[in-house]
Write a protein that binds this ligand. Structure first.
Ligand code: GN1
Ligand code: MG
Length: 370
């Protein structure tokens, strides 16, 4: 890197030991993330440093307050039920002035966490055991936050999973056609126009109180779970930026969408993309066993709707960003957002084909866990 972007930031946080090295981690579609190594004699200390994407999160302090409250609550409940909480919850590193974040001269906003050692985040989940652990991690997250006052949370991205409003944003992007790309994606546009109704379903059920409002993670990709490299067990849920009030269907649905897909989110060969039912089943086992006694029968029966709506929503978000000229998601090629949208469309088509099997699975779980 020609200009070292982080050295001047280091002195603002309460890191232990002497700085040794850093490297940028290319994970996530939103923030810039760095791994830092410090040393004090023979002891090594690792940290994760992140520079906020303030286009996506215009109020970082609100986000950080949420994270601070939620991690404290998680820690309290983990200690209560599991005696030890180390490596099981994110720990913020304070700034030297005792704040949760640092703003540099250029207005860049930074935060740091203790690095969790001997853990792995999976971009791709290969085994059913791992799938179950990932489902378990998000189920446990839901369980330990079931007694957290959802209404006290700041809405870090207003209407984040309000799929009906996302649809309106998509229509606007199509009308404005800022990047002059609408003509080239007529088929994809038509795909979403045909699915307008289903996309509003979870929002309608929440409004009618047929689904309860819960504290949800809202970005439940498998790489937002850390697994212990030695035992393979789920340790910790990370990336808490979008923790907000929401529906359990969001967390379940997005988790299955990502981890049970047979291909990457940006796979170009759509013939490779389908929903692996065994993996979906394993994720579900982990998720519903951890939330036993918490999720209602109505939620359990409707879990498959979560997969459908979350897949459709993300597909539409990618296409919307493509139409807007790639303002939101980090891209690595001009067509990246279109490729992503097409991949999610292919996945959704397969989810729709497997709807009956997914409903049968949900009915069995509802009978067992409600
Ligand atoms: C973004 O940054 P990352 O990878 O955790 C996005 C999610 C999408 C996801 C798709 C704040 O998450 O909503 O599902 O990309 N996060 C935000 O990969 O928009
Ligand atoms: Mg995220």
């Amino acid at each position: 890197m020609p200009h070292d972007p982080i050295r001047s930031i280091l002195t603002h946080f309460r890191f232990r030991g002497e700085f040794v090295s850093f490297r940028e981690l290319n994970s996530g579609n939103i923030h810039r993330t760095f791994y830092l190594l410090f040393r004090d004699g023979a002891r090594e200390y690792g940290y994760t440093l992140q520079r906020f994407n303030t286009y996506v999160f215009p109020d970082p302090l609100g986000v950080m307050r949420n994270i601070s409250h939620v991690t404290q609550h998680l820690k309290k409940n983990i200690l209560l039920h599991e005696k030890r909480a180390d490596r099981q919850v994110l720990e913020l590193v304070q700034t030297v002035s005792g704040e949760v974040m640092h703003t540099d001269e250029a207005g860049g906003v930074w935060r740091a966490y203790e690095y969790i050692t001997d853990a792995v985040a999976l971009d791709r989940v290969d085994s059913l055991e791992q799938m179950e652990e990932v489902g378990r991690a998000f189920g446990r997250f839901q369980r330990y936050l079931a007694d957290f006052p959802a209404e006290s949370l700041f809405e870090s991205i207003p209407d984040f999973h309000h799929t009906a409003k996302r649809f309106d944003a998509f229509l606007r992007a199509k009308e404005e056609d800022r990047a002059g790309r609408a003509g080239q994606v007529r088929e994809e546009i038509g795909f979403f126009l045909e699915r307008r109704d289903v996309m509003g379903e979870i929002v309608r059920l929440l409004e009618k109180k047929e689904l309860p409002l819960r504290v949800t993670h809202n970005d439940t990709k498998s790489n937002n779970v850390l697994l212990d490299v030695k035992t393979g067990k789920a340790l910790c849920v990370i990336d808490l930026d979008t923790v907000m009030p929401g529906s359990s269907l969001y967390d379940y649905g997005d988790g299955v969408r990502f981890a049970a897909s047979t291909a990457r989110e940006d796979e170009e060969d759509v013939s490779l993309i389908s929903l692996d039912m065994q993996k979906a089943g394993a994720f579900t086992r982990g998720f519903v066993s951890e939330t036993a006694g918490i999720l209602s029968e109505g939620e359990l029966l409707r879990l498959p709707l979560g997969i459908k709506v979350m897949t459709c929503e993300l597909a539409m978000r990618f296409l919307t960003d493509y139409l807007n000229g790639d303002l939101y998601f980090k891209i690595s090629s001009p067509e990246h957002n279109l490729i992503r949208a097409r991949a999610q469309i292919a996945l959704l088509k397969d989810v729709e084909r497997k709807e009956e099997a997914l409903s049968d699975m949900a009915a069995r779980d509802a009978a067992r866990y409600a």
